[in-house]
Design a protein around this ligand. Structure first.
Ligand SMILES: Cc1cc2nc3c(=O)[nH]c(=O)nc-3n(C[C@H](O)[C@H](O)[C@H](O)COP(=O)(O)OP(=O)(O)OC[C@H]3O[C@@H](n4cnc5c(N)ncnc54)[C@H](O)[C@@H]3O)c2cc1C
Length: 371
């Protein structure tokens, strides 16, 4: 969708496009456009360029590096970034722990972490899921028992994305094993991953890549000052974070870009007629998704995502998968050995992480439909 923009917003769009296509190195953008994996250094380089221009964390409070933009401008920023092939600011930093610290952390935690988080001087990992606590996240069992000025942490996290790069990990831990409801005894704790007792072990995925890990905690001593907000209130902070995570998974601009690639491949190979109906349907669905993204943004109150973020997550992940299936089909049998097949396999994850699509349907039933 190309919205009918006001002259100011049109100018804003052009400024974003100019910045992204001239300031972020082409070698990095070309890798993103070709759907190749980036190294840690490339992620960091790109985010630091954005941050120096105030473009890494526009959704944060202005005093911590955010921008006083309208929701529409934020949407344009996000869309232009994806269309130019600029890597998204690291979601764990920019979209997850940063907003949680800004909203719920003490002044001391804000001063200690926010600038470094925006500039990716600290690479954060997300330590929520456990072997028996994924969809049923509140069933987590990793404990943090207070001993004087420290918590002693024991347990295991899993599916920790890019944990091999992690400097710090933000964790949900059980601080009150006796709480009446399982959601009540959980806290949000920040852990330096170089602390003795932390072990990271890679998991190989179906596409042959190693982007997720198991992380083990054995008598890890964590200063109590690393607690975010109040003890046993971590579930509230986690819900805030997960809503933001779902919004980020939709990736409308990236799907639009990949669909445009598919369309030009179909044209080049003289098979556009055969695929036209499928391409047009996907184009329309992406337009509808973009409108939903704008609606979710417009109704996200004070950084708290609207429940429709679950709709965005479901539809966004379905369209990501549908576009990668189209690319596979266009490739034909050779796709089996091509890079597209890795992308196709890798994209199986998008309907699982951030809360599986089945679980999102339950959230929609409860929070939107009132069932
Ligand atoms: C590639 C990848 C990266 C990830 N990165 C991270 C990360 O960095 N940090 C982190 O903490 N976690 C991460 N996760 C974990 C992710 O959030 C969980 O995988 C997800 O929440 C599902 O949990 P589970 O894998 O334990 O599956 P389960 O909860 O065991 O679910 C298995 C199946 O049962 C279905 N199901 C479960 N409960 C219900 C229900 N109540 N109603 C209907 N269906 C249900 C699910 O939809 C799913 O199909 C990642 C996962 C993947 C795949």
């Amino acid at each position: 969708m190309r919205l009918q923009l006001s002259p100011e917003d049109q100018k804003f769009r052009e400024e974003m496009r100019e910045f992204f296509t001239t300031q972020v190195p082409e070698r990095i953008r070309n890798k993103v456009l070709a759907r190749q994996e980036l190294s840690k250094e490339e992620f960091v380089e790109s985010q630091q360029i954005l941050n120096a221009a105030g473009l890494a964390v526009p959704g944060w409070p202005v005093e911590w590096g955010g921008q006083d933009w309208s929701q529409l401008q934020r949407h344009i920023w996000h869309e232009e970034m994806q269309l130019a092939g600029v890597p998204q600011p690291l979601p764990f930093n920019a979209g997850m722990v940063g907003p949680v610290i800004a909203a719920f952390g003490s002044q001391e935690l804000k001063e200690r972490f926010l600038a470094k988080t925006a500039n990716i001087d600290i690479w954060w990992s997300q330590g929520f899921s456990e072997p028996d606590a994924g969809s049923d996240l509140a069933g987590l069992r990793t404990t943090a028992i207070r001993e004087g000025d420290e918590y002693i942490v024991n347990g295991q996290k899993t599916w920790t994305t890019l944990g091999q790069y992690g400097d710090w990990i933000f964790m949900l831990v059980r601080t009150d094993p006796k709480a009446a409801k399982k959601q009540e005894g959980i806290s949000f704790l920040l852990i330096d991953m170089t602390t003795p007792g932390v072990t990271v072990r890679p998991i190989e995925l179906i596409d042959g890549g190693f982007e997720v890990n198991e992380v083990f905690f054995e008598n890890v001593r964590v200063p109590a000052e690393n607690l975010v907000g109040e003890e046993n209130k971590g579930w509230t902070y986690a819900k805030f974070l997960l809503g933001n995570e779902r919004v980020g998974i939709a990736q409308v601009g990236a799907s639009q870009r990949h669909l445009a690639t598919a369309k030009s491949i179909a044209k080049e190979r003289g098979v556009l007629d055969r695929y036209a109906a499928r391409i047009v349907t996907l184009e329309n669905e992406l337009l509808a998704l973009e409108t939903t993204a704008l609606r979710v943004a417009a109704h996200s109150d004070g950084g708290r995502p609207h429940p429709a973020s679950s709709v965005l997550k479901i539809k966004g992940s379905q369209l990501t998968q549908a576009v990668s299936e189209l690319l596979m089909d266009l490739e034909g049998p050779t796709a089996l050995t091509s890079h597209d097949s890795r992308v196709f396999l890798n994209n199986r994850k998008v309907s699982i992480y951030g809360g599986s699509n089945e679980v999102q349907r339950t959230i929609i039933a409860g929070t939107i439909l009132g069932l």
